[in-house]
Design a protein around this ligand. Structure first.
Ligand code: SAH
Length: 234
């Protein structure tokens, strides 16, 4: 089954962008996933192809119109379409590896990229959009956020990652940050690889990695130690 992504954007030229290269690009070429970038402006009806207007109640900036966006969404996603409809938004639920995994086993996603101050609230309600944030900071548009989300999903699609084991040991997969990595040379600017890693003792290595994971998580992300693994944090 092909994972189908439909991205609604004012900048379709931004796609596939980085996802046209490397693992994701090869998978796109191989047909493991497909991507259509839909120009929202094509669903405007006036001669200036207007997609935004001033905010009700006043204030700075512009808001994307519900009617134009609804036409674009209805074009991308017919009533029988089982794909979730996502709106990239700093007000959304923070994206987690657990949600990424769910999306990767599904049929795809319809992804709306906001611009300006955001989109009319009635559109979010009327089309049942799931708001997804990629972090507590503000981007100028949803496109980079959509690329981030799709990158995370596509690498999990069957056959995309050469070494499937590495996916399971990654940060967040077990509720911990990953242990540090080392490779040759044996000595770099006076720093040696930790002795245990060159010992050949697999039980000791596994124990060391586990304890390094726990130490790093405690130092950097103590919130992960108290939240049930995979569940979104507050
Ligand atoms: N006025 C809004 C920010 C608008 S930023 C607010 O204060 O909440 C413009 C667009 O960029 C948003 O509509 C959204 O699609 C996208 N965007 C910005 N930051 C984002 C983030 N952290 N995660 C996902 N999308 C984001």
């Amino acid at each position: 089954m092909t994972f189908k992504a439909s991205v609604l954007t004012l900048y379709p030229e931004m796609f596939p962008g980085a996802l046209g290269l490397s693992l994701a690009g090869r998978a796109l070429e191989a047909g493991t996933w497909s991507l259509e970038a839909i120009q929202i402006r094509d669903f405007a009806t006036d001669k200036h192809r207007t997609v935004d207007d001033t905010p009700a109640g006043g204030g700075a900036g512009m808001v994307m119109r519900a009617d134009v966006l609804a036409r674009a969404i209805d074009h991308a996603s017919s009533p029988g379409d089982a794909r979730p409809r996502l709106l990239m938004s700093p007000r959304g639920k923070p994206l987690t590896q657990a949600r990424v995994r769910e999306l990767a086993v599904g049929p795809g996603a319809v992804i709306l990229c906001g611009r300006f101050e955001g989109v009319d609230q009635r559109l979010i309600e009327a089309r049942g959009l799931e708001e997804v944030s990629i972090g507590d900071f503000i981007l100028s548009g949803g496109e980079p956020a959509a690329l981030v989300l799709l990158d995370a999903v596509v690498r999990l699609l069957p056959g995309v990652m050469g070494n499937a084991v590495s996916g399971e040991e990654e940060s967040f997969e077990n509720g911990l940050l990953e242990h540090p990595h080392y490779t040759r040379p044996q000595e770099f600017e006076g720093r040696a690889i930790p002795e245990v890693l060159t010992s050949g003792n697999h039980a000791r290595i596994a124990k060391w990695r586990r304890s390094e994971s726990e130490r790093l998580t405690g130092e950097r992300r103590p919130d992960l130690l108290t939240a049930p693994p995979g569940l979104p944090r507050k």
